[in-house]
Design a protein around this ligand. Structure first.
Ligand code: SPM
Length: 288
């Protein structure tokens, strides 16, 4: 709570030295320490409610849809038949909400380690936690690594909605994690992982892509604009088993009618293609 001063929450962190983003706070709705992290929910003045874990903004009601839609639909729409999907993390429910909208998805399994994040999200941010009510979803409160070790060749798409690479989440960016993802996938499977921002740490993004490339035949980096994340941008690593997969071209296209009916506020087929177009300095280093 020392990050709230003079009515503003400031996201100071060594991951983004020399800069921070602040949110004007109207009220602290909840603060507790779970077995895994510090959980804070605030009512902000202009961004709706915000979920903050270990002092880092996970989502605000104002712009969460950009992240949740992109991390979900980039892999789902690039896959021919994404019948069974695994979500690792995503304790606020927003990714489950989006994945359940895809008409080809029949079954979603989610593994989240922190029951408290689920409970707090259900209580304070139902606009995201509504994802937990999907009839397609089976939610397991357990460790994602452990779960995948016991579930081989089971999923068409795996989405890793993690926090940033500090503390326990560091493991979700390593080569051994990508090895585990590969083994949990069916043939032609696709993964998508939260992968920081090239403005913050291009070398770290490059290293994570290298780790992914050790196990996946086609690997690409995509970006989305999320104003309440540092630099206003977040990246995703998308990896596919199979060399002739075009991750950048959506195979499934939502019609304008679908977009309205499913309340897609960010994702469309054009933004899917554009998300993989990088500025030269990043494209050259990441060889996208
Ligand atoms: N379901 C939403 C959870 C969000 N998970 C990702 C949070 C990342 C926050 N920090 C972004 C900083 C860029 N590395």
């Amino acid at each position: 709570m020392e990050q709230i001063k003079s009515g503003y929450f400031s996201e100071k962190n060594d991951l983004w030295p020399g800069q921070f983003f602040s949110l004007e706070v109207e009220k602290v709705l909840h603060n507790e320490k779970s077995d895994y992290q510090d959980i804070l929910v605030v009512q902000t003045k202009h961004h709706g409610k915000a979920l903050i874990l270990d002092g880092i903004i996970q989502c605000t009601e104002r712009d969460e849809f950009a992240y949740q839609e992109m991390i979900s639909f980039l892999p789902l729409c690039a896959h021919k038949k994404p019948t069974k999907v695994l979500i690792v993390g995503g304790g606020d429910g927003g990714v489950a909400r989006e994945v359940s909208k895809h008409p080809k998805v029949e079954e979603i399994v989610q593994v989240e380690i922190d029951q408290k994040v689920i409970d707090v999200s259900k209580k304070y941010i139902p606009s995201m936690a509504v994802g937990f009510a999907s009839p397609k979803l089976t939610l397991n409160v357990c460790d994602g690594f452990e779960y995948m070790r016991n579930h081989k060749e089971e999923f068409d798409v795996i989405i890793t909605d993690s926090s940033d690479p500090i503390g326990p989440a560091v493991n979700l960016f390593t080569e051994s994690y990508f090895a585990l993802l590969k083994e949990a996938l069916r043939p032609n499977g696709i993964i998508c992982s939260q992968a920081s921002s090239f403005w913050l740490d291009l070398e770290h993004v490059k290293e994570t892509m290298r780790n992914c490339k050790q196990h996946f035949d086609t690997v690409k980096f995509a970006i989305a604009n999320v104003p309440s994340y540092p630099t206003g941008q977040i990246g995703f690593i998308v990896g596919a088993l199979g060399e002739s997969v075009s991750l950048t071209t959506p195979l499934y296209k939502f019609t304008d009618n679908d977009i309205e009916r499913l309340k897609l506020r960010y994702y469309n087929s054009e933004i899917h293609r554009a998300a993989f177009v990088l500025p030269n300095f990043a494209r050259n280093v990441l060889r996208n």
